[in-house]
Write a protein that binds this ligand. Structure first.
Ligand code: SF4
Length: 365
């Protein structure tokens, strides 16, 4: 287990809610962003007083972090550096929405040591972006990648969504080709789900059926692998050496502190979170307990999300014994169905297994 720590900072502002989104975010108005950033710096100071562990990943996500001004971003980075030992080779990621005025922010980001950006591209088809309620068109995603490279940030991730309303193999291929044309080092892929409380839920929007979505997932996996991306996690693809170090923390059950309303933490065996309430956060609310974390089941569940899978030696190093033999027997059963690989060293899911990961992992544990 590593001694280092990750920090996630949530920026809970969006100027417009996307039609599918159930994340916690609010419209920024008045001086709320400035007050929020001040409060984030206070929490960074409080946390910094509780641990001397070095920070090797920092992730600023949202919401829409690209709504921060250069000055606000600088205040956050300075507070991290002032209160923690931010390692010189730390991975520092900023999420960016295409279409925001990114040049001044990305210039500032690069000068502040931010070395990775994640862009919410979602689709290369403008009519799909409109349907999703996104504010950008694909040409702004292209522009954002160009601006990032111009500013010297060359570790870039792009998001793509599959299973969109009215989508099929041909429309997905347009987005796959568009994403690949960006030449990013990392791609995150999400299957659209209709969540309660969203405009898509209210409008009872219809999505492609499960078989069509499964077909899209496998089409995408093949295309990205053929283009040289490793499929290292159910929803993530990367060129060699560009796997997200921060997100790997979540799957490897390594410690991280999440700061901001609705941000979750796993720290020294405990889980906790800040309630999803911006005004209370600004008034000084602190995290509430979410119980113990990091048991055997959780370790297995998260490890199986990764293509490297559940490595028995790692399990033994953590829990002092090998995984239960019933787990191996069940994995052998799923191996016969092409859903996983099981040998004397590890268990991992195939692409087909990743597609039905919830039920396979549920059965295994
Ligand atoms: S920009 Fe992101 S966080 Fe904001 S509404 Fe859209 S999907 Fe949700």
């Amino acid at each position: 287990m590593t001694n280092s720590l990750g920090i996630y900072i949530h920026i809970p502002f969006c100027v417009k809610k996307c039609n599918y989104c159930s994340f916690y975010s609010v419209l920024p108005s008045g001086d709320i962003k400035g007050r929020y950033v001040k409060r984030i710096t206070e929490e960074l100071k409080r946390w910094g007083g509780q641990t001397a562990r070095p920070i090797n990943t920092l992730y600023i996500g949202g919401g829409t972090p690209s709504l921060l001004t250069a000055k606000e971003l600088e205040l956050i980075l300075s507070a991290v550096r002032d209160n923690f030992n931010l390692l010189p080779n730390a991975e520092i990621t900023l999420e960016i929405n295409p279409g925001d005025d990114t040049l001044p922010l990305l210039k500032a980001a690069a000068s502040l040591g931010i070395n990775r950006i994640s862009i919410g591209v979602q689709s290369a088809k403008d009519e799909e972006l409109k349907l999703l309620g996104r504010r950008h068109s694909f040409k702004y995603a292209v522009k954002t990648v160009e601006v990032a490279r111009f500013c010297g940030i060359n570790n870039i991730s792009a998001d793509i969504m599959i299973g969109l309303p009215h989508s099929n193999r041909d429309s997905l291929q347009v987005s796959i080709d568009g994403i690949l044309s960006l030449g990013t080092q990392h791609i995150s892929a999400y299957i659209l789900k209709v969540e309660e409380g969203t405009p898509f839920y209210r409008d009872n929007i219809s999505l492609p059926d499960d078989d069509a979505v499964a077909d899209q997932y496998l089409q995408m996996c093949t295309a990205f692998k053929d283009a040289g991306y490793g499929h290292y996690e159910i929803s993530n693809f990367a060129k060699p050496g560009f796997e997200s170090r921060h997100n790997n923390r979540y799957w490897l059950l390594e410690d991280y502190i999440g700061i901001g309303p609705a941000a979750h933490s796993f720290f020294e065996g405990k889980r906790f979170y800040y309630p999803a309430d911006l005004s209370n956060f600004i008034k000084g609310s602190t995290p509430v307990s979410d119980g113990e974390g990091g048991d055997e089941q959780e370790f297995i569940m998260l490890a199986l999300r990764l293509s490297r899978g559940l490595v028995f030696e790692e399990y033994k190093a953590r829990f002092g014994c090998a995984p239960d033999s019933s787990l191996i027997n069940k994995a052998k059963f799923f191996e016969q169905q092409g859903l996983c690989i099981c040998d004397d060293r590890h268990i991992s899911l195939t692409d087909e297994g990743m597609l039905v990961s919830n039920s396979v992992i549920g059965e295994l544990i």
